[in-house]
Design a protein around this ligand. Structure first.
Ligand code: FMN
Length: 199
């Protein structure tokens, strides 16, 4: 049974919700899912003043743990069109893994959230996928067989590069049923690829 890591950072809880939906998808495909978050780097008083969601059930990830998974699905909200420093700080500690080639051949995928519909979802996804490519990982996106990413009848997150959600500037919009379905779809998709690679 493949074992997948859902590695995320979330200030306000939207990406956290997407992370748990991805885990549901992984489990639905018969694989094991660990949801882990990266450490906060913002000073505690600043995080509190900005109303960050400081209580999150997922344990903290350790960079050394990455080598123990068949695949890694990483998610973070956008910061000016790229991943936040909290997630960058985590990957900046993976040099030793890179030197050993410890992640080469594992499956990788990404997911994100932005406040506005065109606020940098695809560039943020690629800022995460780039790290995985440098580690020699095999990348998976959100195939068009997930039809929920099509259509303009409602606000729809999701792109061929990964599942996404749109939060609104004040964070009032939560991931929609369709966006959560996209997250579950990716989880199952990556789990099936990991199982094929392991066989
Ligand atoms: C410093 C900063 C920069 C941000 N930059 C953008 C941006 O470029 N585009 C955008 O749409 N949203 C931007 N946002 C909004 C966040 O992406 C949004 O709050 C996030 O997607 C919510 O996800 P979370 O609940 O998982 O933290 C920014 C937020 C902060 C605090």
């Amino acid at each position: 049974m493949p074992k997948l890591l859902i590695l995320y950072y979330s200030s306000f809880g939207h990406v956290e919700m997407m992370a748990h939906a991805i885990a549901e998808g992984v489990i639905s495909a018969g694989a094991e899912a660990d949801v882990r978050r990266v450490a906060e780097t913002v000073p505690a008083e600043v995080a509190k003043a900005m109303h960050f969601k400081l209580e999150q059930t997922a344990p903290l990830a350790d960079p050394a743990d990455l080598a123990g998974y068949d695949g890694i699905i990483m998610g973070a909200p956008t910061r000016f069109g790229r991943m936040p420093t909290q997630m960058t700080a985590f990957w900046d500690q993976t040099g030793p893994l890179w030197m050993q080639g410890a992640l080469v051949g594992k499956v990788g995928a990404a997911f994100t959230a932005t406040a506005s519909q065109h606020g940098g979802q695809e560039t943020t996804l690629f800022s995460m996928l780039t790290n995985m490519m440098h580690h020699g990982m095999v990348l998976a996106g959100l195939p068009s067989t997930f039809q929920g990413q099509m259509g303009v009848d409602e606000i729809r997150g999701g792109s061929p590069y990964g599942p996404t959600t749109v939060t609104a500037g004040d964070g009032s919009r939560l991931p929609s049923p369709s966006e959560l379905d996209g997250a579950r779809f990716l989880g199952a998709h990556v789990a099936r690829i990991a199982a094929k690679l392991a066989s």
